[in-house]
Design a protein around this ligand. Structure first.
Ligand SMILES: [Zn+2]
Length: 203
């Protein structure tokens, strides 16, 4: 049973400072509700997760509290420093996708690692809470729900690390959902439910 696990939150990319998005690319088309800047959307979720976790008295770390786009190297360094002190932690990197597709997906580093059961819990929870969305699970490589790629935050970190993509900014329906405050709140609650279960060992 997974128990006592503490998340190291990682809102992907940069936020918006004085109206200026800090990351090149990483945005939606300019559709009817305007442009979604991925780094901002990632922070809507991570900020909501932290607010709810504060209310529930749950511990967490955040390796990118800045609005500027902290480099992946620095994020990995920060995560590794925390994981040395707290081996029971896991990086939870929050992103939104683009490039054709719909629904949510999760990634871990390649091979069978202790990150896999953590990723599996999150994806199972999202699947349960969002039956109306298309889960993009890679069941074929190793039987887990996570797709294995070589994202630096996943391969550079020494401990557990999971990257979630919470919908496609360039898919019309996902775009609407990413911008919908109700959907945002449901995603935040779903993530915190799983974070809490991984901490208390109640799943
Ligand atoms: Zn991203």
């Amino acid at each position: 049973m997974l128990k006592g696990l503490v998340p190291i939150l990682d809102p992907g990319h940069g936020g918006i400072i004085g109206g200026k998005y800090q990351t090149s690319g990483k945005r939606s088309p300019n559709w009817d509700q305007g442009i979604i800047y991925e780094g901002a959307a990632n922070r809507w979720i991570v900020n909501g997760v932290m607010a709810l976790m504060d209310q529930l008295d749950l511990p967490y770390f955040n390796i990118c509290p800045e609005l500027r786009d902290v480099s992946l190297e620095a994020r990995v360094r920060r995560a590794n420093a925390i994981q040395v002190e707290h081996p029971n932690s896991y990086v939870l990197s929050i992103h939104h996708n683009a490039g054709g597709g719909t629904g949510f997906e999760g990634f871990t580093s390649k091979g069978d690692t202790p990150s896999d059961p953590v990723a599996d819990r999150f994806l199972a929870q999202l699947e349960k809470d969002f039956p109306d969305e298309t889960p993009r699970f890679d069941y074929y490589s190793d039987g887990d729900r996570d797709k294995e790629v070589s994202y630096r935050i996943l391969t550079g970190t020494s401990g557990r690390a999971v990257l979630l993509e919470l919908g496609f900014m360039d898919h019309r329906n996902d775009y609407k959902r990413i911008l919908n405050p109700k959907v945002q709140r449901r995603r935040i609650r779903s993530l915190v439910y799983c974070i809490s279960a991984l901490y208390y060992g109640s799943l």
